[in-house]
Design a binder for this molecule. Structure first.
Ligand code: GDP
Length: 455
């Protein structure tokens, strides 16, 4: 365990609430507890037991608040250091006064994420788990929360550890031959080295293949609603939101900028973007809106291409079909309550074609389910076991590791052992940067600075 100064912070959100918790971590935690907290029970603070009492200023004897206190002796605590928590009344003034009292005992105010950083530095969790703690707090949908909880429980770290173990096995053998250059790399050892590197590569590739789904679960899915004017895009947005957010009129060209709203459905959060109707226009504002809509197509996770099923296929519809090439799209035939006239010349590239009536609500639930099924971990026997990477930091490091392994495989035949060892070390370094073994202070600063104070 690292020896550091003692830190304190308010761990509950700012403002007034039922309870306000002041958390202290470090060598002085118990001293602080004994000096500012007077338990009604004799004997004071016992580790891992709540005590009821009062917080008093030892220099004046003034009673600041009634409180519950819990002291957790190292290493059985969140940070693996001695930890004290004072649970006071949740008024901001009470909490501020208790915090000031604690800070006057030789304790310093914690930086953002510093408790979790200490948990990481003291080896209780790895960096992937530390990041997942923040994801749990930030989760806005069921699926984001489940993914973060599995990551925080170590399900993802086990995979990274397996990659590390295979790489270390290969590296140990290569280095053994570097140490004894008179021995030739025998066939058996060569195949062991190759097999270990291959094992690592297989796990890396399977983790990389989960990124899209993981990111969708964590950040939500951006769903772009696109179509020519008056096909019912805004009506569809309102239906999906169950409210009248976008203006619906029979006048073409009413939505001129992008309207953005979030709904949570099927455990996923969907970021809906309603756009200006695509058509030829001389109106400057409208044509700017159309350019913005078209520019969003490649960035969207999914496009809902809305067509008016009661009208004949037009040049504008064709323009939209052309603009959608290479994007992930669902064709939405709206106005199914009217007689059908539309025939699309090419529907093969759509993930699905679905009929709805934004006016009556028919087909809307099916459409929502189709959207979600595209991003759910469908191939998993049990979606609750689904583990995915969801951060680009992890993805980038895995890609770097995979590149090193590719060079390694290409060089096995005729490269020197030194070069092979270099590739394996490069891959190990990348994996270590994910789990934290080789993460630099700058990376740690960046990660933990996005935490809240008190976590
Ligand atoms: P946008 O320009 O594509 O956003 O289209 P709007 O949502 O503003 O709708 C244009 C017109 O079509 C309005 O008069 C809507 O009431 C009407 N409309 C939208 N959806 C439907 C539908 O499913 N059936 C029928 N009959 N009319 C609809």
């Amino acid at each position: 365990m690292y020896i550091r100064d003692t830190i304190a912070a308010v761990s509950t959100p700012p403002g007034n609430g039922g309870i306000g918790i002041i958390r202290v971590s470090g060598g002085l935690a118990s001293t602080v507890g004994f000096s500012v907290f007077k338990s009604v029970r004799d004997g004071g603070l016992e580790s891992h037991r709540f005590s009821f009492g009062t917080v008093c200023d030892p220099s004046t004897g003034e009673k600041l608040d009634e409180a519950m206190a819990v002291y957790m002796r190292a290493p059985r605590s969140y940070t693996r250091e001695d930890v004290l928590e004072l649970h006071c009344h949740g008024g901001w003034l009470v909490v501020e006064r208790v915090l000031s009292l604690v800070l006057s005992c030789g304790v310093r105010l914690a930086e953002p994420g510093e408790f979790t950083r200490r948990a990481f530095l003291n080896g209780r969790i790895d960096l992937v788990q530390a990041e997942a703690v923040m994801e749990i707090i930030a989760s806005k949908s069921e699926s984001a929360l489940q993914l973060a909880q599995r990551q925080s429980g170590g399900a993802l770290s086990i995979r990274f550890e397996a990659v590390r173990a295979s790489l270390l096995k290969a590296l140990a053998l290569v280095e053994a031959y570097i140490d004894f250059p008179e021995d030739d790399l025998g066939n058996t050892d060569k195949s062991t080295i190759l097999a270990s590197a291959q094992e690592a590569n297989t796990i890396i590739c399977s983790l990389l293949s989960t990124f899209e789904e993981g990111r969708a679960m964590r950040d939500g899915i951006s769903v772009l609603i696109i179509g020519k004017p008056n096909v019912g895009k805004s009506s569809l947005l309102n239906r999906l939101l169950n409210e009248n957010r976008a203006i619906v009129t029979a006048v073409p060209g009413t939505t001129r900028d992008i309207i953005e709203e979030v709904i949570v459905f099927g455990g996923l959060s969907l970021r809906l973007l309603d756009t200006a109707g695509i058509r030829h226009t001389d109106d400057l504002v409208e044509s700017e809106g159309i350019s913005r809509a078209l520019a969003k197509i490649p960035q969207a996770d999914l496009v809902l291409a809305v067509f008016d099923a009661s009208m004949e296929f037009s040049n504008e519809d064709q323009f939209i079909l052309n603009a959608l090439a290479d994007s992930r799209a669902i064709a939405v035939f709206n106005k199914s309550d009217l007689p059908r006239k539309l025939v699309l010349p090419n529907i093969d590239f759509f993930y699905a074609v679905t009929e709805i009536s934004a006016l009556t609500g028919a087909g809307i639930d099916l459409l929502k389910r189709q959207v979600c099924s595209l991003f759910s971990p469908s191939n998993q026997s049990d979606p609750c076991d689904f583990v995915a990477i969801s951060r680009s930091r992890h993805r980038d490091a895995l890609v770097t590791a995979a590149n090193h392994l590719q060079q390694f495989s290409a060089g096995v035949k005729d490269c020197s052992l030194d070069l092979l060892a270099l590739d394996l070390r490069g891959a190990l370094y990348s994996i270590g940067s994910i789990t934290g073994q080789t993460a630099t202070d700058e990376v740690l600063d960046l990660i933990f600075s996005s935490f809240c104070i008190g976590k």
